[in-house]
Design a protein around this ligand. Sequence first.
Ligand SMILES: Cc1ncc(COP(=O)(O)O)c(C=O)c1O
Length: 393
Amino acid sequence: MNTIEQFNQHVMGSYGRYDLVLEKGEGRTATAEDGKTYIDFGSGIGTNSLGYCNEKWVEYVCAQVKSIQHTSNYYYTKVQADFAKKLCEATGYDKMFFGNSGAEANECAIKIARKYSFDKYGKDAERNIIVTLKNSFHGRTMGTLSATGQDVFHNYFFPFLPGFVNAEANDIDDLKRVLAENKGKVCAVMFEFIQGEGGVVSLTEEYIRAIFEECAKDDILTIADEVQTGVGRTGALLTSQHFGVQPDITTLAKGLAGGLPIGVCLASEKCSGVLTPGTHGSTFGGNPVACAGGNAVLDTVLAEGFLDKVNQKGYDFFRKLSELPEVDHVDGLGLMIGVKLKTKDAHDVAKACLDRGLLILTAKEKLRFLPPLNITEDEIDSGLEILKEILAD
Ligand SMILES: Cc1ncc(COP(=O)(O)O)c(C=O)c1O
């Protein structure tokens, strides 16, 4: 029995997978069981932010594995304290909570928003609605699935949690309508600056400003889900920094620990004291090995000039993709790019790329590019050559 047959015999079939068994990786190249190599334009859905087995990352992670791997949250570790200090200082947030995934980070944000209003306005006010956007994606737990504004994820799992209302993304009038219809009952508006799973759809600057203006009028918390857009992905540590705004809460995950499971919820002073002992927790949250990976990512991404390079590479990548004749349009920022094709099916193209040695993602009907942040211009060009040939076929 080969690996794929063995796997499928024992693992639930909740994913559509390619018939590819990856064995190792180096830099921006993954190698399969049969020795074939692949340029990686997907980084494990934006997670291997420093590529495979980055030297600094390996050094930090191995040192941590050899010293202490887990302690529980009854105790403290320096590696967690160092990580939290770095992240809070670099993002301007007061405090953070440790989880293990994007969904967990968002669950924490939802709980903070609800309890903030409960503490301040009382239970009877029932100020607990969270407005989320249509076409959003916030995770697969029942809470974050309820927050997600895409019907395609809502089949089968009824009933969902009450207290989530959707507004049309990039439609200021609709946002105002939803807030007016639920006046006095809304505790937060939650959004992605660029809807990743929704097909790499950017919110407009005007709409982003409207979210902050409308929320400020009524003490409504702003929650930015930067699980996919954060940690340098769009060319700034947080995408909010491109727009000069500071949401009350920001969630991060994917690229934060360079491929190890982590999720954090960052909170401003206004709501950083909401979670009191016993109100929230996670056995694995803040795992020291994951935090060591996170320290390697933060030390690299925050080093002088790194994010400038992400911006430059993202700009060049975006331009080169726009010039391809089969490309209808390109959206995104930095190294988070979505491409709508004119005639070809994105999923067929992704499969053809795989056959030719290029790992590439899709999101809805688009091709999606989330390469490691330290990819080189030459590697981008090599991958683009493969894509070009396939699009020209
Ligand atoms: C914006 C956003 N939020 C939340 C999630 C859920 O993250 P996880 O799969 O780590 O729970 C994702 C995953 O794709 C995401 O893109």
